[in-house]
Write a protein that binds this ligand. Structure first.
Ligand SMILES: *Cc1c(COP(=O)(O)O)cnc(C)c1O
Length: 496
């Protein structure tokens, strides 16, 4: 098999293996790891259509993680996509109101982050073994709500690892916060920060870039790694579900083999939609990649104008996992459309960090023709949830509803009736309060957990385990720190 190596988007001169890229998370120069070339699927859609999720996962991941043995990779996959998911299909599809909803929320924490974070700990510990690492791996993660819990669940009590999660206090949903602060496992540490998600993410990036701290850690037998979606071990597992979805649509006779589909992705950090772009480049017939934003529509503006500008007010919405102004994974796309010119990319990223904005060239913009940006206001999002429920009984979560609303606008504006897969990124139960408010047209006075039971009744869906278990679980984490004191929190947990 062809060996795939990884280079940094800010300095292409050095390469590392897949396992080294997974361990490091972020390159030393602050860049993100990208494969030296994008692999092409070596199985036909026909062959893929008879495979189950784990088998498709192997066919995709073997191409990217070429320094893993077949046994190592299959072990990782089998440990990840098992009975933690509440359905054998892992990522089932529901057809509703003219689109296919790819339900990516059947894992342990009922959001799509489980798709990648159930396998990352296994990829990480396997990578550590392969590279003779004896340090304990300290996972450092900033979360807008869903990554944190999914990473905690993935890494809890995994030998040789510790995990520290920073979340914006007051910036996540009730259920999301309960899920995190009740997390078990002696190697877990959850910290609320006084700031928003971008503050948390910037703080984590700064800690990663702190060479003195890294030295101190190393002397005590620790090293940092990242579970954020910048890690290539987060990105690659996401390519799988677009390949799987396409193959399953063909198998079910919903589309012909070779027929192009459109994909709509509710987007924050740009990881999920970038995975769809990778799937397209690997041979899956995807026509348009529709990038859906909420009121933090920095990506919509970028696709319209070619200017990425984060200098704007940060909006708190009812789709909090998309409340992001710096979409980290976009850097990989910028690098690719810059003709893999790491200097050009590094210059733009420097502008982003110093001035908060950059503009791409006309040449680069021309290479974005497959992408369409859209956004939905909170009002439109709520209306979409209600309309879908009234029409079909199917309940969308707030993030998926953003995508669904954007999709409706897109069809209205273009008349493009290409069959469409919408990434359904969270269970409505994760955002019960907002979803019930949308359906009922007003805020309820009921406690959150009673609303959960109501939602279960009206949606005719059982309360997911993930919600059932936090109803009674005790709080285990109650640290809140100023955003300037994140390093101290890390040191305290590690006993430095
Ligand atoms: C993280 C998240 C998103 C955004 O995904 P990205 O890969 O960061 O673009 C969308 N919806 C939900 C529910 C999420 O948890």
């Amino acid at each position: 098999m062809k060996e795939i190596l990884y280079k940094s988007t800010r300095d292409s001169s050095k390469v590392v293996t897949a396992s080294q890229a997974i361990l490091k998370g972020l390159s030393d120069d602050g860049g993100l790891f990208v494969p030296t070339s994008l692999p092409v699927l070596d199985k036909s859609v026909k062959e893929l259509s008879t495979m189950n999720y784990r088998e498709v996962a192997y066919e995709v991941m073997k191409l990217f993680f070429s320094d893993f043995t077949e046994e190592e990779l299959k072990n990782c996959i089998n440990n990840a996509y098992d009975s933690k998911f509440d359905t054998e299909e892992i990522a089932p599809m529901a057809e509703a109101d003219g689109a296919f909803y790819l339900e990516l929320y059947h894992g342990a924490t009922i959001a799509f982050k489980d798709m990648a974070l159930s396998i990352l700990p296994h990829l990480m510990t396997t990578s550590a073994k392969k590279n003779n690492i004896s340090n304990e791996i300290v996972i450092l993660t900033a979360t807008s709500g869903d990554t944190g819990k999914a990473a905690l669940a993935g890494f809890a009590d995994v030998p040789g690892t510790r995990i520290i999660v920073f979340y914006p206090k007051g910036g996540v949903s009730f259920i999301q916060e309960r899920q995190m602060v009740t997390q078990k496992g002696d190697n877990t540490y959850v910290v609320g920060i006084k700031g928003n998600f971008d503050d948390a993410q910037t703080g984590v990036k700064n800690i990663f870039g702190d060479k003195e701290l890294a030295k101190e850690l190393d002397s005590k037998g620790f090293q940092f790694s990242s579970a954020n979606s910048i890690n290539i071990g987060r990105l690659v597992p996401q390519v799988v579900y677009y390949v799987y979805a396409y193959a399953k649509l063909v198998e079910a006779g919903k589309i012909a083999d070779g027929e192009a589909i459109n994909v709509v992705v509710p987007t924050g950090n740009f990881g999920n939609i970038l995975a769809a772009y990778f799937a397209k480049n690997m041979g899956i017939p995807i026509a348009k990649l529709i990038c859906a934003s909420n009121e933090n529509k920095v990506l919509f503006d970028f696709f319209e104008t070619g200017v990425y500008d984060r200098n704007r007010q940060f909006m708190l919405t009812n789709s909090p996992s998309m409340d992001i102004l710096i979409s980290s994974n976009l850097e990989r796309l910028i690098y690719m459309i810059a003709g893999e010119d790491s200097e050009k990319n590094a210059t733009l990223m420097k502008q982003l960090s110093s001035e908060g904005k950059y503009e791409i060239t006309a040449d680069m913009k021309a290479k974005l023709a497959d992408f369409v940006g859209g956004f939905a206001s909170q009002e439109q999002t709520n209306a979409r949830i209600k309309d879908m429920y009234d029409k079909t009984g199917y309940v969308l979560d707030t993030h998926t509803a953003v995508a669904s609303s954007v999709y409706q606008d897109y069809v209205k504006n273009t008349g493009d009736n290409t069959k469409t897969v919408i990434a359904s990124t969270a269970s409505p139960f994760k955002f019960t309060t907002s979803v019930m408010e949308a359906i009922e047209g007003k805020k309820s006075d009921l406690p959150d957990f009673e609303l959960v039971d109501q939602l279960s009744k009206i949606a005719n869906v059982a309360v997911p385990n993930a919600v059932e278990e936090i109803k009674t679980a005790p709080t285990r984490h109650d640290h809140v720190v100023d955003k300037a004191n994140m390093v101290d929190a890390v040191k305290e947990f590690l006993g430095l």
